[in-house]
Design a protein. Structure first.
Length: 199
C-alpha cells in the first residue's frame, strides 16, 4: 500500500471481528514501534503485548467505559499498552556526549518520554493499516492505572500511555459521523507560514 494511502485510511476503529492475526503480522506491528525516533536515541519505551485471550480478558476491566461504549473492542486479537520510561531519558542526557549531569527534569521543554512513546504508538497504528488491518488508541483513566500496573506487574517507573487495539474491522462498523469532516481543520487553519497569523 502506498504510504499516502496508509495515512489517508488511518482512523480509530473500535469494532472488530474475533478473527485471529497471523503471528508474523503481530511481530511486524510490534517491531515497527522500534523504528520511531527518540531523543538522543534513548528509546525510553516498553510495550505490553496481549495476544492470549485470557490476558486480554484481564485487561478490559481497567477500561470499563470503553467496554461499555464499544463492547466489540474486546474482540480485537491484539492489545498493546505503550509505556514511557522517563528515567531512561534523564540518564541518557547525563552521559558525556550530552552532559546534563544533574539529570534535572526541568531541562526538558517537553516530556520527550511521552512524545517518543506516542510516536512509537503511531508507527504501530500506521503499520496496522499497511497490513490491511485497523487499530485504535484509547486512554486508561488515572484511577485504573495503579490496579492495572499491579495486575500485569508493571514497574511504577513505567507510565502507561493508553491502549492500542489491532484487528480486523467488523463488517457492521457504523459509518463515520459527518461531524468528523465538519470538524476537521484544514492546513490553512493550523499552518502558520513565516509568522503567526491571527485567527
Amino acid at each position: 500500500m502506498e504510504f499516502s494511502e496508509v495515512v489517508r485510511r488511518r482512523r480509530m476503529v473500535r469494532h472488530y471481528t474475533n478473527q485471529p492475526l497471523e503471528p508474523e503480522v503481530v511481530e511486524r506491528v510490534l517491531a515497527s514501534a522500534l523504528r520511531a525516533p527518540s531523543a538522543g536515541f534513548s528509546q525510553g519505551w516498553a510495550f505490553l503485548a496481549l495476544t492470549e485471550p485470557a490476558d486480554r480478558a484481564r485487561f478490559w476491566p481497567f477500561v470499563p467505559k470503553r467496554v461499555e461504549d464499544t463492547p466489540t473492542m474486546r474482540d480485537a486479537p491484539l492489545v498493546v499498552v505503550p509505556l514511557a520510561h522517563k528515567q531512561t531519558y534523564l540518564e541518557r542526557y547525563a552521559e558525556p556526549d550530552k552532559g546534563w549531569e544533574d539529570r534535572a527534569e526541568a531541562r526538558w521543554p517537553a516530556p520527550y518520554w511521552f512524545v517518543d512513546t506516542g510516536m512509537a504508538s503511531l508507527m504501530m497504528l500506521l503499520t496496522a493499516v499497511d497490513e490491511g488491518l485497523d487499530a485504535c488508541f484509547f486512554g486508561i483513566m488515572p484511577e485504573h492505572l495503579d490496579p492495572f500496573r499491579a495486575e500485569f506487574g508493571i514497574p511504577a517507573q513505567y507510565a502507561p500511555l493508553g491502549g492500542i487495539t489491532v484487528g480486523h474491522r467488523s463488517a457492521d462498523v457504523p459509518p463515520q459521523s459527518p461531524r468528523v469532516e465538519q470538524r476537521r481543520r484544514g492546513v490553512d487553519d493550523v499552518v502558520h507560514r513565516g509568522h503567526w497569523r491571527p485567527a
